[in-house]
Design a protein around this ligand. Sequence first.
Ligand code: PRP
Length: 183
Amino acid sequence: METDDVAGDLSEVLYTEQQVHARIAELCREIERDYAGRDLLLVGVLKGAVMVMADLARELRRHVEMDWMATSSYGTGTESSGVVRIVKDLDTDISGRHVLIVEDIVDSGLTLSWLRANLLSRGPASLEICALLRKPEAAKVEIDARYVGFEIPNAFVVGYGLDYAERYRNLRAIGVLAPHVYS
Ligand code: PRP
């Protein structure tokens, strides 16, 4: 029977909301140091990055601008193919700007590899990546992410922006989806 026990659909909590916030605060201190004296444009990738972007931007004790992109990968089911289509492009001209891409997760790395090349072609002054999560075992291409929150095992992870069939994004914690939900 379908219930609304969202947290009950996890087999394991990997990071609580408090742990996520503490790690984001650490990343923000690094970002503040690294970008001191420079304008900073945060680029969030919809939809997964919404929660990270909201918390990261509010934790930063400095001015930032925010813009958003939405991409869709032509994949087979859950596997992304690396062929990416822009569903919503930036509103901002990033040439000459210091740009930090904000992502929830680097999985295969294919999305960010494509996005990085796409944004680099627009001539930013600098381009770096901040990803809350990274799955090293799932990497198909190496992504040079300057800021990484947590390295996680190659499990089906949801919460804090990450979805399964568009659900669980609103879960405050990050956890492993219980097999009974999808099998
Ligand atoms: C997720 C995530 C990254 C991408 C990572 O987005 O937000 O953008 O997959 O996977 P990769 O490293 O294997 O390319 P998704 O396409 O699921 O869209 P969403 O953010 O709307 O959930």
